[in-house]
Design a protein around this ligand. Structure first.
Ligand code: GLA
Length: 435
């Protein structure tokens, strides 16, 4: 190996230690080593950092316990800042309520950070769009109750936000309406348009004078083929298009939440941000699917599912290491495998399908201390083979990973009374990969 090649190899392996890679469908660890809990999220860039706001989901139920705020300088390594809006003592975001789809924008007129969200009861029959504000991006937001339109609360559910280049703020609502916010973003000024054929989970971005509006069908937390609209004027006419991911992939097993224009090396990558929900263990078993869009005139697509990609240029990435075949497939509660390994990081690969259930993953050090424990979901309506878990990085040493069949699975009755979820409790581990 020549000097240059050797240098390149060393350089590449040094970079590996601080990968700027987004992994899809596996839990992410924050800089404290906890699982990033930010679902139905948005990202905004402010003061030279990226800020991620999302639903800080609970374990085992659907109670709102808060919206979390994380920050990062590369969109990959996230520092937990705080619970930006905690559960309120009472009222529409009090105990046993639901809080979803938090979106934050900085109001150009007032300089204030404005947080909008969906608040509801457990049956989703008492929806509100609600408002909270803060003078700083990472402060605790003050809850201000329902967002008002002509003095009346906006009683709708799935929502998103969009800030146009001229600073105008918009509220996007399920099933069609787009509202322009007042200049202080604290209430609604007017209905701009009502788009026929819209579904849930609205998200919008703009590129070269074209507006793109993404939406999902109505299947609760189950995935479906999300689709999109385009327009050159936000007031319409809006043109309906088909799916932006290949049909039948169910948006690569995810649901739209936001699109983040990532400016990198003089280029912009439009990042699709989606949720791979997992009820009732959304806090640790629901994961994120973030993928670079291909935008070509009115055509929007994610032609390929990238399991992992470099944020610097959108290119594919693969987690590599020493592989050991495991071949476990079991739905017997309590059945487990225990795999000792030497190294600093371990990944689990296996299949998810419509009979998949939860596994409990534990990592134990050589003294028997439990370093990590979380649930991983092996359910997906569309079969998928890939990484299900990548541990955080530990000091180089000897560890054991245990994978145990929990005997539980995703189970949810959506707001239309339809039962969704898995038909079994299978955990399928093909192999582990150690670094
Ligand atoms: C849809 C919505 C989510 C949530 C679930 C609950 O997926 O987009 O925000 O309300 O339904 O079933």
């Amino acid at each position: 190996m020549g000097i240059v090649a050797l240098f390149c190899t060393l350089f590449i392996s040094a970079q590996n230690n601080n990968e700027q890679v987004i992994y899809n469908g596996v839990p992410w660890f924050d800089t404290d080593g906890n699982i990033v809990n930010a679902h139905g999220a948005c990202v905004i860039e402010d003061g030279g950092r990226y800020w991620l706001f999302g639903e800080y989901k609970s374990h085992g139920n659907n109670n709102f316990i808060g919206f979390g705020c994380y920050s990062s300088n590369d969109l990959v390594h996230w520092k937990f800042e705080r619970i930006a809006l905690p559960q309120q003592k009472d009222g529409i975001l009090g105990p046993r309520r639901v809080g979803e789809r938090v979106k934050v924008m900085k109001c150009p007129k007032t300089g204030e950070y404005v947080m909008l969200m969906h608040a509801d009861n457990q049956n989703y029959t008492d929806p509100y769009i609600a408002l909270a504000t803060s003078p700083t991006i990472n402060g605790e937001y003050t809850f201000r109750g329902p967002l008002l339109y002509n003095g009346k609360p906006m009683k709708r559910w799935d929502m998103g936000t969009f800030q146009d280049e001229d600073g105008t703020g918009y509220l996007l609502i399920h099933h069609g309406p787009i509202y322009r916010l007042t200049e202080d973003y604290r209430s609604i000024a007017t209905e701009t348009v009502n788009i026929k054929g819209m579904g849930e989970s609205p998200a919008m971005f703009k590129k070269d004078r074209i507006y793109y509006l993404l939406t999902s069908n109505l299947t609760g937390w189950e995935r479906n083929d999300n689709y999109y609209f385009t327009a050159t004027n936000i007031g319409g006419p809006w043109k309906k298009h088909g799916c932006f991911c290949p049909k039948g992939t169910l948006t690569y097993n995810s649901q739209t939440t936001f699109v983040f224009p990532l400016k990198m090396n003089g280029k912009t990558i439009y990042v699709y941000m989606g949720d791979r929900w997992s009820y009732p263990y959304q806090d640790e078993a629901a994961t994120y699917v973030w993928l670079p869009f291909t935008v070509n005139g009115e055509t929007l697509s994610v032609p390929e599912y990238k399991r992992a990609w470099r944020v610097t240029n959108g290119s594919n990435w693969q987690f590599t290491g020493r592989e050991t075949h495991i071949g476990m497939s079991s739905d017997t509660k309590g059945r487990s495998v225990s795999i000792p390994f030497k190294g600093c990081q371990i990944a689990i690969a296996g299949e998810t399908d419509n009979k998949g259930g939860y596994a409990e993953i534990r990592i134990i050090d050589s003294k028997g201390n439990l370093l990590h424990k979380s649930y991983v979901d092996f359910y997906s309506k569309v079969v998928d083979n890939g990484l299900r878990f990548i541990s955080r990085k530990y000091k180089k040493g000897s560890y054991t990973i245990q994978v145990e069949v929990l005997g539980e699975h995703w189970d949810w009755v959506d707001k239309h009374g339809t039962e969704t979820g898995s038909a079994g409790n299978f955990v399928n581990v093909d192999k582990v990969i150690v670094r």
